[in-house]
Design a binder for this molecule. Sequence first.
Ligand SMILES: NC(=O)c1ccc[n+]([C@@H]2O[C@H](COP(=O)([O-])OP(=O)(O)OC[C@H]3O[C@@H](n4cnc5c(N)ncnc54)[C@H](OP(=O)(O)O)[C@@H]3O)[C@@H](O)[C@H]2O)c1
Length: 342
Amino acid sequence: MASVPTTQKALEVVQFGDPLKGTLKLNKEAPVPKPGDGQVLVEMKYACLNPADVFTVQGIYPGVKNVTEKKPGFVAGLEGSGKVVATGSGCSLKAGTRVVPLLGERAGSWQQYLVVSEKQCIPVPDDVDDATAAQLFVNPLTVVGMLDEIQQKAPVKDNPWIVQTAANSTLGRMFIQLARKRGLKTINVIRTSATKQELVQLGADEVVVVSEESELSKKILQLTGGKGAAAVVDAVGGEIGTACCSSLAKGGLFQGYGLQSGQPIQVSNSDLIFKDIVIRGFWLAIWFPKQPSSVVQEVFDMLRKKELVPHIQKIFALEDYLEAFKAQFSPDRRGKILFKLT
Ligand SMILES: NC(=O)c1ccc[n+]([C@@H]2O[C@H](COP(=O)([O-])OP(=O)(O)OC[C@H]3O[C@@H](n4cnc5c(N)ncnc54)[C@H](OP(=O)(O)O)[C@@H]3O)[C@@H](O)[C@H]2O)c1
């Protein structure tokens, strides 16, 4: 561990609440941990700022243990990329290997060094850069997973229409690209018209601006020739999610996967009974462990071929975390906010 320092910078959640109001603190003297048996020390290059991280700081994300246990005083950040700089005994990964550490419920990518089991590391191919690799896990794999579920469980053979809410999100943009590649058609629901053309250029078949429609569900019915959508993927909930859900075709599948409005959807019993619709959630943490390891290689391939493009809005130093959060909350944001760590 000769070239590894003993202390590091780490962005800690010191209390739950608004990320702009003193809930985070940059610790410049956090200890650099040592890897135990089967563990590696990863020097982090980049980490993402995802919505789930915002919810973590707010104390409302049940996917992170410190949140469910209501214990602030931890480093947040669910994903990132780096390289192995030291290994514990019994490891086969070599120092210098570029990796994406899978952190799961303990989180912790917003720091310069972290220890993780080598089994939880995905090696990064040479031709995928660090900033792209930092975004490998959360969004691209969720897009693949939701589309796999739709193709297995929704009536898309007779009806290719899928509705997605929050379509302007980083994930939503990739969903447009991959759905088109798989021969499906997307109706993309967004809040304002500013990004309509950008989504069309990415391959959106239809873009619906909520503020321009008096009745969202009627618009979707009209766009699907009166049939309704075979599937809805909803990151918003509330009125928008409810309207999209009621526009499902017979046998249609609703997948809720995001908490953006913080509001629940309402489902009509009539739709459940007479249209036999299915309401489900999608969470990567449940879906991914059931997949073969080849799914990761498929995503690396798509990233390489630019079939999936995870757009970066801006990269910030950890010290500038307040600016990073302001950029995250800006209505003009079009891609991911990243932290550059080393
Ligand atoms: N379940 C899972 O396993 C899983 C995995 C990955 C991601 N996700 C979820 O996927 C979603 C997209 O992730 P991302 O990283 O791509 O996010 P992102 O780039 O930060 O985009 C967030 C989107 O949410 C929209 N939004 C925010 N508040 C809204 C509201 N009240 N009403 C309507 N729209 C609202 C924004 O709309 P504007 O463009 O109009 O600002 C933006 O398009 C997030 O909800 C994230 O938590 C879930």
